[in-house]
Each structure stands twice: as structure tokens, then as C-alpha cells.
Design a protein around this ligand. Structure first.
Ligand code: MRU
Length: 356
């Protein structure tokens, strides 16, 4: 059964505006207290929305970039092919520099630039129409991929199991269902219940603000915990599986995900709990040999010291280290759940087979 249904696109956290000239996103920085939509038309607005995490989550960033390339192309319809192709390449490079770790951003931009290259010499308005089709296709594919990931993920757990997750890999971060949250939401649709533990995910609190919000709204039994409580919850026997998302999976199975993920994997190994990352094939980067080759984004120390507090929680001169992601060693992974199936070790051999 296909997971994409007519009408799905306008319900996604990223979509095209009614008049088709802007990218509309749910501003994820305002959740859970307010649901605010942002309408983005300039490359600076798109760059900033990705940078400040108004749109976030690897697949959602890729979908946003796909639509952004179309919206920016519309503004260049009067150009010659060469001027158009050059300006689109420059816009793509600029947007791609907003966040470095999630591969879906460069992947979607490359797909759109590929459309421009493959249609060299055709009238620019015709190429722009193809860019729209490609952007929509990227989103429909994401819905289908998340649906299949959810189906595979669901096969790994039993009704009533406790599932621990870190950060947010639900519909807000993708298109529909999500990746790590997908099996839980698909299960709910089918009357299968789980007990979910959501790490709050310091410092930007995606687990508290977004995951617990999405799961509460869906009627899922979710318990919010601070990141440093995961060990106790596991020791108590309340967790039967860990499901996390991913921002880039290297060819050997090492993967980058939200900071703190590798700690959860180490704890899971200690307590003998299966640990899975769930992600679409668009998040697998076969050109990246190992986790050491993944560039990790460093963010503003203010996110640690000031962001959520009335008063600063550290002296202005106190040094902070604020990496947005960490790399989990493939040896800690039980399996990688993709839209093309569940990949078990040896990951270097079996990931390659996915693309053969
Ligand atoms: O910095 P963020 O909030 O964009 O980080 C997001 C994550 O780490 C997610 O787990 C990942 O992008 C997968 S989303 C399906």
C-alpha cells in the first residue's frame, strides 16, 4: 500500500504556499506554545530559517531546500539559460552553507541543480516547471520512505514495549510519520500501543518541545525525561528498544545524530537493549567513508548559557563547547532501518548492497 495520499502535502510542516511562490514552514522554534507559519521567499529568509532551526530535521531540511530552489528559480524566469544556471548554483551553495551535518540539504540541492544541468538549453520557464515537479517528488518520496521505515520499524517491537528516543524524528522533522517516531505513530493507527520515553535533548530541547508534543497530540503514552535519566529508565527495565533518527550515515554505518545520541547507544549496549537508527536512503552518504569524515556543526554558546533562562546560568566569560551532533560508532548499532529494508552488520557490505 502507498503511504502518500492526495491532500498530504499541504498538511506537512514544510509545503508550498497557495499561490506557489513561497515556501511555508511551521516555525519549530515556537512550538509547543504557539503554532506559527512562516512564509519564505528570499534566499536569506530560507538560510536563516534553516540556521535557527525554524525548519529542522534532516528530511524536512531537504524538502525545504527542494522547494526553495523552485521558489528562487521563479524569481529568475526572465534570465538566459546561462545566467539562470549560474545564479541557481550560487543560491544553492549559499543555502547549503546554512547547516553542514545533515546530508539531505546538499542532496536535495544537488537534485535540483541536476534538473537544471540535464535540461541545458531548454527555455527557462520550462526548466522552472520541472523544478516544481522535482520538489514535489522529493516530498512525496519522503512520505513513502517514512511510511516504509515505519513499517519495518514496527516489525522490531512488540505491543506494550518501552521505546526510548532522543531529539525529534517525527512528522515535523520529515513529511509524514517521521523516522524514529514513525513506527510508534503507525502502530497507533493500527491500535498498537507503546510506552515512549522522550529525552528532553539539551540544549535545544527538541525532545521536550517537539517529540512529546507530537506524541501527546497523537494520543501516545509518552514520558518526558531529562537526558541524564536515560540510564535509570533503562536499568529499571522500562526500555525494550531505542529508536533514534540520523543526519548522515557513513558508508561503514557510523552515523551523526543529535548530540547525546552516542551516549544513549553506549548505555543501551551496557543494559543489553537493541539500539536502532531509522532513516531514509537520502540520509545515507556512501561518499563519506566513516564517522570521522562527517563535519559536525558547532553552535552558539548562548544556547547553553542563556536561551531558556530568565537570567544567564553561567558567567559571560565561561567557555562552552556546543556541538549540535555527535557520531555513534557502528559497533553500538543493532541495525539501520531504511525504506529499503533493515540493514544488519557488517554495515559496510550491507549498506553497499542497498544501492547496487
Ligand atoms: O539539530 P536538529 O534538530 O535538526 O537535529 C535533528 C536530528 O538530529 C534528528 O534526529 C535527525 O535530523 C533525523 S530527523 C528525521
Amino acid at each position: 500500500m502507498g503511504f502518500f495520499h492526495e491532500g498530504d502535502l499541504k498538511n506537512c510542516s514544510v509545503h508550498l504556499s497557495e499561490d506557489g511562490r513561497a515556501v511555508v514552514i511551521v516555525d519549530q522554534t515556537k512550538l509547543p506554545n504557539e503554532t506559527v507559519y512562516l512564509t519564505l521567499t528570499t534566499k536569506e529568509e530560507i538560510y536563516d530559517a534553516i540556521k535557527v532551526l525554524a525548519v529542522r530535521g534532516a528530511p524536512a531540511i531537504g524538502i525545504c531546500a527542494g522547494y526553495a530552489m523552485y521558489v528562487l528559480a521563479l524569481q529568475k524566469s526572465g534570465m538566459s539559460y546561462d545566467a539562470f544556471a549560474g545564479a541557481m548554483k550560487a543560491d544553492g551553495e549559499y543555502i547549503n552553507s546554512s547547516r553542514p551535518t545533515a546530508v539531505n540539504l546538499s542532496w536535495a540541492i544537488r537534485r535540483q541543480l541536476g534538473v537544471i544541468d540535464e535540461n541545458a538549453g531548454k527555455p527557462v520557464p520550462d526548466i522552472i516547471a520541472l523544478l516544481k515537479e522535482e520538489a514535489v517528488q522529493i516530498q512525496i518520496e519522503d512520505i513513502e520512505m517514512c511510511g516504509r521505515i515505519s513499517e519495518y520499524g514496527l516489525s522490531l517491537v512488540k505491543p506494550g514495549d518501552g521505546i526510548l528516543t532522543h531529539c525529534n524524528a517525527g512528522p515535523l522533522a520529515t513529511s509524514k510519520y517521521g523516522t524514529a517516531i514513525g513506527p510508534i505513530l503507525l502502530g497507533k493507527e493500527r491500535g498498537i500501543d507503546f510506552k515512549v520515553f522522550a529525552d528532553e535533548t539539551r540544549p535545544l530541547l527538541q525532545g521536550a518541545r517537539l517529540t512529546s508534543y507530537e506524541l501527546e497530540k497523537a494520543g501516545v503514552d509518552v514520558t518526558l525525561i531529562c537526558d541524564n535519566m536515560a540510564s535509570m529508565v533503562m536499568k529499571n527495565g522500562w526500555v525494550q528498544a531505542c529508536f533514534v533518527g540520523c543526519d548522515r550515515i557513513a558508508a561503514n554505518g557510523d552515523f551523526a545524530n543529535k548530540i547525546g545520541t552516542s551516549g544513549v547507544a553506549i548505555l543501551a549496549k551496557h543494559y543489553g537493549i537493541p539500539f536502532y537508527t531509522l532513516g531514509p536512503t537520502s540520509t545515507i552518504d556512501m561518499n563519506c567513508p566513516t564517522g570521522d569524515d562527517i563535519r559536525i556543526e558547532l553552535r552558539d554558546p548562548e544556547e547553553i548559557k542563556n536561551k531558556w533562562y530568565e537570567k544567564p546560568m553561567a558567567l559571560p566569560e565561561t567557555k562552552c563547547f556546543n556541538p549540535s551532533f555527535d557520531v555513534t560508532d557502528h559497533e553500538l548499532l543493532t541495525a539501520i532501518v531504511t525504506d529499503r529494508g533493515i540493514v544488519y552488520p557488517p554495515f559496510d557490505v550491507n549498506l553497499k548492497k542497498l544501492f547496487d
